[in-house]
Design a binder for this molecule. Structure first.
Ligand code: HEM
Length: 480
């Protein structure tokens, strides 16, 4: 019989109560088993070393050293807070799938201030659910098939058709041009090349620089300029809303149904402030990420002629069939035929790690694999470290699209396996299907119409965002 049961019988109630309190406080005082790690310098901790620029296709020296010294789950002090970093795929999934219950999205102050308190990437709870429903409906499967595919292809052709034979282009810039124009059209019905679109683009560039700068709100700093650009962009979107409200034309009513601004104003009870932040976060989420992914696909393919050959064969087959049927423009059925292309996309996302990690906070004390994660601690699920883990991916540094072929060990669904380029759980990327569509259609027209080679050696750096230091210059040759 245990000691507690004996006490239940023999001790008077007050003494029993005291015993139980003592017993439970003794339990609370049990030392926590925090994962091993290093606290680093006061306040800044190990943040500088964690964010130190390194090759985007590697997990970086800091991560490698910490994993080999402490294991895949370790503690640190990052972004001014005690932090648990996870390169463990099971813990990463556990964190993402327990959003709102055990963990919550928690981005640093500078990101929150620039993106806005109502940004979809920042809000939690009911507001997040409401905004998520809006964006998922807006980018629904039906809309992707019926409207977005056509628009995606039109914007890609606009960019690719401007490339002259034997000219040198900056892949990164061209990809950004495409995704920005697409998002501007999709969100605010702005046409490429128009003065207002170009003005928005300029403000957006300044805004982005602030996202990656130190949060010093002093005259002349990138952060201050970014906050000013944020105000200009919000003013611009606000004016568009006003124009729509005051307009009585049927034409405007039609646009309202088609772009996100119209959609969101009609379908929800969000305040103007909330709508503005939602629109801005969609512009950010949808533009920076896909453009980087497209540039990386061109980069990896350039070093893998066998993959380019197989890709070209797949797209030539689609083009031949369309010619026979007398069809123009890609259809959803064509897109579904792009099997090897999907392998190229997965492999690009695995190696490029467009979003390397996300920010979370523990809402309560959590135990996992024998470790304690204390309530209030910052938690960082690091996807890049998982995607480049040699125990999970054979020769992880190698660009090998064939590893994604059906039947191979890595061929699992995005967000449910060790492969999480789009995050997972209730915050799984709302634009993942659009992103994959953009990449596939871009590759279709690229391999059918161009051969390319590097014009100058370039490499991609992981921080602050994955980017090519020289913009990835390539020489393009038209295929006749
Ligand atoms: C290759 C391209 C892309 C990658 C790698 C990517 C990655 C991600 C990741 C990892 C998250 C989760 C963030 C978190 O958990 O804190 C996310 C969220 C999100 N992404 Fe993407 N994304 C891409 C493209 C897009 C596109 C084209 C859009 C369209 C507008 C988009 C819209 C969003 C939105 C709205 C969220 C917030 C979802 C939520 O909080 O419920 N993304 N993305």
């Amino acid at each position: 019989m245990s000691a507690v049961v004996v006490l239940l019988f023999f001790l008077p109630p007050t003494i029993l109560a005291m015993f139980l309190i003592w017993n439970s406080s003794k339990k609370q005082r049990k030392p926590l088993k925090i994962p091993p790690g290093n606290i680093g310098w006061p306040f800044i901790g190990e943040t500088i070393a964690y964010l130190k620029p390194h090759l985007a296709t590697s997990m970086g020296e800091f991560m490698e050293q910490h994993i080999s010294r402490f294991g895949k789950i370790y503690s640190s002090n990052l972004f001014g807070e005690p932090t648990i970093v996870s390169a463990d795929p099971e813990l990463n999934r556990f964190i993402l799938h327990n959003e709102g219950r055990l963990f919550e999205c928690s981005y640093p102050r500078n990101v929150r201030q620039i993106l806005g308190e109502w940004s979809m990437l920042v809000v939690v709870g009911n507001m997040h659910r409401e905004m998520r429903t809006i964006s998922l409906n807006f980018m629904s499967h039906a809309r992707l098939r019926k409207q977005m595919l056509r628009e995606v292809e039109r914007h890609i052709l606009l960019v690719l058709n401007s490339w002259e034979d034997d000219s040198t282009i900056s892949t990164q810039e061209e990809a950004k041009k495409f995704t920005f124009n697409l998002m501007a059209k999709y969100i605010l019905n702005l046409d490429p090349g128009k003065a207002e679109t170009e003005q928005l683009k300029r403000e957006y560039v300044t805004f982005m620089k602030g996202m990656i700068s130190a949060p010093l709100n002093l005259p002349g700093t990138a952060y201050k300029k970014a906050l000013q650009s944020r105000s200009c962009i919000l003013k611009f979107i606000g004016q568009k809303m006003e124009e729509r409200r005051s307009s009585t034309y049927d034409e405007c009513k039609k646009i309202e149904e088609d772009d996100l601004l119209g959609w969101v104003s009609k379908q929800t009870n969000l305040s103007t402030e909330q709508i503005l932040d939602l629109i801005l976060s969609m512009l950010f989420a949808g533009h920076e990420t896909s453009s980087v992914a497209i540039a990386f696909s061109v980069y990896f393919l350039e070093c893998c002629p066998k993959a380019v050959h197989q890709l070209r064969e797949e797209h030539l087959e689609i083009a031949r069939r369309k010619k026979q049927l007398g069809e123009f423009g890609l259809s959803w059925e064509d897109y579904k035929q792009m099997e090897f292309t999907q392998c190229v996309i997965n492999e690009t996302l695995r190696l490029a790690n467009v979003v390397r990690f996300v920010h979370r906070r523990a809402l309560r004390d959590v135990q996992f694999k024998g470790y304690d994660i204390p309530r209030g601690w910052k938690v960082i699920p690091d996807f890049a470290a998982v995607h480049l883990d040699p125990s999970l991916y054979h020769h992880p540094q190698e660009f090998n699209p064939w590893r994604w072929k059906t039947g191979s060990s890595n061929a699992t669904t995005t967000g449910t396996s060790n492969f999480m380029p789009f995050g997972g759980g209730p915050r799984l990327c709302a634009g993942l299907e659009l992103a994959k569509l953009e990449m596939a259609v871009f590759l279709h027209h690229l391999v059918l119409n161009y051969r390319w080679e590097s014009d100058e050696p370039d490499h991609a750096i992981a921080f602050p965002f994955p980017h090519f230091t020289k913009g990835l210059p390539i020489k393009v040759h038209t295929i006749t």
